[in-house]
Design a protein around this ligand. Structure first.
Ligand code: ATR
Length: 284
């Protein structure tokens, strides 16, 4: 790597808002690497061409964001087990004419759980709010890590059921069930829950509203929100007031990037520097 410039990037549409260039360029600079991380705006019809072009140009790897996380799969030679089970890729490594797909979104969340909140997954009962792409990535990783039970509460019940079915069919994980979002059923579920995770956009940008009624949240719970603007959502604030431990969404963003950086460079993000930088960028 020493004599070759390291070119990394992200493909998506749009990519202008992505915080990944800031994180990865800072990490490369920190480690004295000669290279850069570039945002590549790629429209859906350009995905195949973009991937073969990146490969031909000797780009080491790219992140993949909306709307290409599923579309890239057919152009890859191999998928790591989480990417295969999730059915979506957020990181690609090009090497020796092979393109390998990874998914570090769910792994990033679990790394944040362990490293930022000191929380193991094995044997834990989880209430997962939402059933979109982010929820699927997290649910698959939680199931792979041995969560005792995963209950999915989603506004559109059919989508929640589909996620439960996905865990059954892809991972033979039978300890998942779909639950109603109404406060009476959530209240019952909360009394048997260790970890609550909001994967919906409710609460983003300080807009009012909570993904579930916080009634029944107490000091026995760890409550996580994958939203990071604001860093403490109204939901997390209320849960903290009720005595719960809380985990904000910035950790997942950083850890998914850190795991991708490790895949490409065998190095970690420099501790703390990236988080401080993101906070400055987002909230200054
Ligand atoms: P992502 O990839 O970020 O997960 P997504 O696939 O669009 O995005 O999923 C968004 C999730 O947030 C879904 O679970 C969605 O619920 P529905 O399946 O019912 O659409 C949930 N969501 C978004 N806005 C919501 C709201 N105002 N109230 C409740 N749930 C909401």
């Amino acid at each position: 790597m020493a004599d070759k410039q390291l070119i990394l990037g992200i493909i998506g549409h749009p990519v202008g808002h992505s915080l990944s260039p800031l994180m990865h360029n800072t990490a490369m600079k920190h480690w004295g690497m000669d290279g850069c991380y570039v945002p590549f705006e790629v429209k859906p019809k350009g995905v195949a061409q973009a991937l073969s072009g990146l490969r031909a140009l000797g780009v080491e790897g790219v992140n993949v964001t909306i709307p290409h996380k599923q579309a890239v799969i057919e152009y890859l030679d191999e998928l790591d087990p989480p990417a295969r089970a999730i059915g979506a890729v957020n990181t690609i490594k090009f090497s020796d004419s092979r393109a390998v797909g990874f998914n570090t979104d769910g792994s990033g969340f679990v790394a944040s759980l362990k490293e930022d909140a000191g929380q193991e997954v094995q044997g834990m009962t989880v209430l997962l709010i939402g059933a979109g792409g982010a929820a699927r990535g997290i649910a698959v990783k939680l199931a792979m890590e041995g969560a005792a039970e995963i209950r999915v509460a989603n506004r559109t019940v059919a989508r929640g059921r589909a996620l439960v079915e996905h865990l059954r069919s892809e991972l033979s994980y039978g300890a998942a069930e779909s639950v109603a979002l109404e406060s009476s059923s959530i209240g019952r579920v909360l009394s048997q829950t260790d970890i609550v995770i909001n994967t919906t956009s409710v609460g983003m940008n300080g807009k009012g509203g909570m993904p579930i009624s916080p009634e029944g949240i107490d000091e026995h719970h760890l409550v996580c929100d994958i939203v990071y603007t604001p860093l403490e959502t109204a939901f997390l604030k209320e849960c903290r007031r009720r005595g719960a431990r809380t985990l904000d969404g910035l950790g997942m963003l950083i850890h998914q990037g850190d795991l991708a950086f490790q895949i490409w460079t065998d190095k970690n993000f420099p501790p703390n520097i990236i988080r401080d930088l993101l906070i400055k960028k987002l909230f200054a």
